[in-house]
Ligand binder design. Structure first.
Ligand SMILES: Nc1ncnc2c1ncn2[C@@H]1O[C@H](COP(=O)(O)OP(=O)(O)OP(=O)(O)O)[C@@H](O)[C@H]1O
Length: 262
């Protein structure tokens, strides 16, 4: 079944009052942002979508797929849900190499694995400053390498029509590129973020407060331009971080050169 839209039917805030936004439809091809202060209910909203909740969670929200209540089979079986989730706290625990993991994942998804390992690693290495090799053990990967590999794995192997992302900003990866890669063509992407680069890359964003969806903001052309500039600055910060990490010294020239380009 092709998933063309998800609809979130509003529930209640933490005090039991109806949330402001009564209905939110996110269509195929859209990157949608979720913003709000700590404890405002961002993860809870994402989790409602992940579970395809039907009024049976604390928020009382209902999630529709293609304007229909999802089948109980889809709700019960994670493989039928076709929702990929990525979060900052996820870690690889398996004692196997990167190559073994990717081949196993591809096999379990019934995907032809020819050239696949190199493709995933190449994409992951575009997102991190510390290259991953296929014979590395998963457990020795750094936070940035793990996150990059997860992003590339979700983009190529999981390839789910709905992608939910819970804060990738502190992961030490090129987040702009990561989001572009995940969004691919024609997916529904919901991303929780505190980061203006990511928030302004979205088409729209919902503002959470006290457990409720309170407002929907459309990203203006001006904000998209701001996002591009911030992304340049961000790339620069990442390159400075890499230099320091590799034992290099920084000079005022590094800052002056950047200010010209940003
Ligand atoms: N609509 C709601 N009704 C009742 N409780 C809620 C509701 N929304 C969120 N909560 C509860 O509030 C707490 C904080 O929510 P949540 O973790 O989703 O916030 P958050 O915005 O993701 O926070 P952080 O930025 O710190 O990760 C959780 O215990 C959650 O179960």
């Amino acid at each position: 079944m092709e998933i063309t839209e998800i609809k979130i039917i509003g529930g209640v805030d933490k005090c039991g009052n109806d949330e402001n936004v009564r209905e939110l439809i996110v269509k195929k091809g859209e990157i949608f942002g979720v913003v709000g202060p700590t404890g405002s209910g961002k993860s809870n909203l994402i989790s409602d979508i992940e579970q395809l909740s039907q009024g049976d969670t604390v928020s009382g929200r209902k999630i529709m797929i293609n304007n229909e209540i999802p089948s109980s089979e889809m709700r019960r079986d994670p493989r039928k849900r076709r929702i990929a989730q990525l979060s900052q706290n996820m870690n690889f625990l398996a004692d196997m190499t990167v190559e073994e993991f990717l081949l196993m994942h591809a096999k379990s998804r019934g995907i032809n694995s020819e050239g696949l390992v190199n493709k995933v690693i190449e994409l992951a290495n575009n997102l991190t400053g510390e290259p991953i090799k296929k014979d590395y053990n998963l457990t020795i990967l750094s936070g940035g390498q793990s996150r990059s590999l997860m992003v590339a794995d979700v983009a190529v192997i999981s390839d789910s029509p709905i992608v939910l992302i819970d804060e990738i900003e502190n992961a030490g990866i090129k987040k702009h590129e990561a989001l572009e890669l995940l969004a691919g063509y024609g997916k529904i992407v919901m991303v929780i973020t505190h980061d203006p680069v990511l928030a302004l890359m979205t088409n729209r964003r919902v503002v959470m407060r006290n457990g409720a969806m309170t407002e929907i903001i459309e990203t203006s052309e001006e904000e998209k331009e701001v996002s591009k500039r911030l992304n340049d600055l961000d790339g620069w910060m990442l390159s400075m971080r890499e230099k320091v990490r590799h034992g290099e010294k920084l000079s005022m020239g590094d800052i002056q050169n950047t200010c010209k380009t940003c």
